[in-house]
Design a protein around this ligand. Structure first.
Ligand SMILES: [Zn+2]
Length: 134
């Protein structure tokens, strides 16, 4: 199917939603919990959030002498918060209030140790093209 290469109409997998869990008892949304954080029920239902995820906390960490990396907390409209790393931009350029989307599996540095990777929805890369007109 050569036509599939264009991919104009094909939605990215990430756009289908970000998986989380909702407690069947009290309706609390959570992420990667075995038990509901509110009522401790184990009856959690897998659901998908359409987002957007919003950065509520962000910092740059240097582990050893290696490269700097980003550690963020992203909050979804459903109310759960996801510890994650924002990639695809400089670690210090992730700001609180930025909206993010999940990075497809297999993309850059995908999940060693199962960490969650996000990328910024609003990047400033397009500014280069914009500036050329002036
Ligand atoms: Zn509950």
């Amino acid at each position: 199917m050569a036509m599939s290469g264009f991919g104009v109409m094909a939605p990215k997998q990430a756009e289908e939603g970000f998986a989380y869990q909702r407690c069947r008892w009290c309706g609390t949304a959570s992420f990667r919990r075995l038990l509901c954080p509110v009522c401790a029920a184990s009856d959690l239902e897998r659901q998908y959030s359409e987002g957007p995820g919003v950065v509520v906390q962000s910092r740059v960490v240097h582990r050893g002498t290696g490269t700097a990396r980003n550690e963020s907390l992203v909050r979804f409209p459903e109310g759960f918060v996801v510890p994650c790393r924002v990639v695809g931009t400089a670690p210090n350029l992730v700001w609180v209030g930025a909206t993010v989307r999940s990075v497809l599996a297999g993309a850059e540095g995908s999940g060693d140790s199962g960490e969650v990777l996000f990328e910024l929805r609003d990047t400033i890369e397009d500014d280069d093209d914009f500036r050329r007109h002036f």
